[in-house]
Design a protein around this ligand. Sequence first.
Ligand SMILES: NC(=O)C1=CN([C@@H]2O[C@H](COP(=O)(O)OP(=O)(O)OC[C@H]3O[C@@H](n4cnc5c(N)ncnc54)[C@H](O)[C@@H]3O)[C@@H](O)[C@H]2O)C=CC1
Ligand SMILES: CC(C)CC(=O)C(=O)O
Ligand SMILES: [Mg+2]
Length: 352
Amino acid sequence: MPRTVRLAVIPGDGIGPEVVAEALKVLRAAVGDETRFEETHFSLGAGRFLETGDVLTDDDLAAVASHDAILLGAVGGVPGDPRLANANIERGLLLKLRFSLDHYVNLRPTVLHPGVESPLAAPGDVDFVVVREGTEGPYVGNGGAIRVGTPAEVANEVSVNTAFGVERVVRYAFAAASGRRKKLTLVHKTNVLVFAGGLWKRTVDAVAVEFPDVAVDYLHVDAATIFLVTDPARFDVIVTDNLFGDILTDLAGAISGGIGLAASGNINPDGRFPSMFEPVHGSAPDIAGKGIADPTAAILSVALLLDHLGLADDAERVRGAASDDIAGRDGSTRSTSEIGDAIAARLAPAAP
Ligand SMILES: NC(=O)C1=CN([C@@H]2O[C@H](COP(=O)(O)OP(=O)(O)OC[C@H]3O[C@@H](n4cnc5c(N)ncnc54)[C@H](O)[C@@H]3O)[C@@H](O)[C@H]2O)C=CC1
Ligand SMILES: CC(C)CC(=O)C(=O)O
Ligand SMILES: [Mg+2]
């Protein structure tokens, strides 16, 4: 009897549906007969909002939450589109999913694949994971503004950091480092953000006692951007808050061959809620509909999904096929579906 995995698929906006189609192609080619993915496709995003006025209803959320895992493309329209001014798709949909489903680990691995040209002069070994906190920080919507639109406007956006929230993600990061090269770098801005930074630093110091095999380092976020460019090999696992992690992982994508290769998982490690896998990039309205988006980030996100489901062999095969494809890229332009087809073909069983 094959295992059935109920997969919620949220293609989203812009290039989201284009890259998700390729990711699903690869997923279907990767898994053996012993696993069956039952897909439910959800029409959510800016497009859906413009049609119906809904962003994410309680029914939508409950339906998505009833699945075993989620694959998401990207959501969001053209920045500045006045029709979306009151929608706040990113907060009302993407962050609502992450918060409601308690995705407190936002896992973003960065590898410089063989054959990829990095813009760095001396990239060295680029192989690190950013463990970004996913449910707190400045993204929780704890803010407000007064006298909006006047010269006397005051706007606040408060970063929320709880001992509970920081400790659980820090613990996850230590465990991840322990299973890798045993180095954890906390990135924050403790010299200025003394309250939040103090909590993060004290938590790392306290949890470190339980992981004596893991070397602990600390960098202010501004210095971390320098070292990501000048010496990325110094990083193994980075743990950081929601905002810093968001910014650092776009940079991580850029130094490792481009945002089109950067995968991520929004993980609920407790398994109480389905985890969600998505490329790091957004809906890229500037290239949407042209068939030129790189689907590799979405495909590598499928590998993270398979890992999460305990299908490590299938995950490794997807990574291997993607890596082989990447290594063979010669600078000629292939379409989104040509790349997906080529990676899926590497996974197809050999003809007898
Ligand atoms: N997880 C999500 O759903 C995210 C959604 N967004 C939303 O996406 C929309 C666009 O945001 P941007 O700031 O422009 O970020 P973006 O990541 O969509 O695009 C930044 C640049 O990277 C390029 N790019 C992105 N993905 C690519 C791919 N797979 N292949 C080749 N090139 C790629 C784009 O063409 C663009 O030049 C906005 O509405 C934003 O709020 C942004 C980031 C994450
Ligand atoms: C809505 C944003 C937080 C999405 C984003 O940029 C990200 O998660 O990387
Ligand atoms: Mg981002």
